[in-house]
Design a protein around this ligand. Structure first.
Ligand SMILES: [Fe+2]
Length: 184
């Protein structure tokens, strides 16, 4: 078995880097979608959501760079063209979204996809004995907690949270019911 310059199996590292590039692609498309939500959002929850979306895309940008740097550490090249991202992202492009409920639902769905990809990475990194890549999965979960949950201001019974609800208990306070991501 061949090993690379940091002592990891070459073939397994190649698979790992390819999967990290898929994760990077998902994050990049997700990032641009969230910028779109920030720019286009309308309605009574504008101020809350506009600010939260900015907080989220700032976080995504940091994550994007960490993923790219990890790929470089493994001796591979991070994808750096939107045509590549579109080809490899399971998070779809979202255009012209101005409705807060739709934006938040898309965000939750995107986090679910990222968590799935990060779970796949955890298994591959474990198999390649790459402890540097293993932490990606828990950080993904923290991301969900940090970024999605503050958007929700009320909790409904079951695995839903209420977004943009006014004073009083949901659903009486209004707002939008958004399902939580799996495992979140
Ligand atoms: Fe802005």
């Amino acid at each position: 078995m061949g090993t690379n310059f940091i002592g990891l199996d070459t073939a397994k590292t190649e698979t790992l880097a390819a999967t990290l590039n898929e994760l990077l692609s998902n994050y990049q498309i997700f990032y641009m979608n969230v910028r779109g939500y920030h720019w286009n959002i309308k309605g009574e929850n504008f101020f809350e959501l506009h600010a939260k979306f900015e907080e989220l895309y700032d976080d995504l940008l940091l994550k994007i760079d960490e993923i790219a740097e990890r790929i470089l550490t493994l001796g591979h090249r991070p994808a750096h063209a939107y045509s590549t991202y579109i080809e490899h992202s399971s998070v779809p492009e979202r255009k012209d979204v101005s409705d807060g409920k739709e934006a938040v639902e898309n965000i939750v769905d995107s986090f679910a996809k990222l968590i799935g990809k990060q779970r796949e990475l955890l298994s591959l990194a474990g198999d390649a004995d790459d402890e540097g890549t293993v932490p990606w999965r828990p950080s993904g979960r923290l991301f969900c907690d940090r970024a999605v949950r503050p958007v929700a201001s009320r909790r409904s019974p079951g695995r839903h949270r209420w977004v943009g609800a006014g004073p009083g208990a949901a659903p009486a306070g209004g707002g939008t019911s958004v399902p939580l991501p799996p495992g979140g």
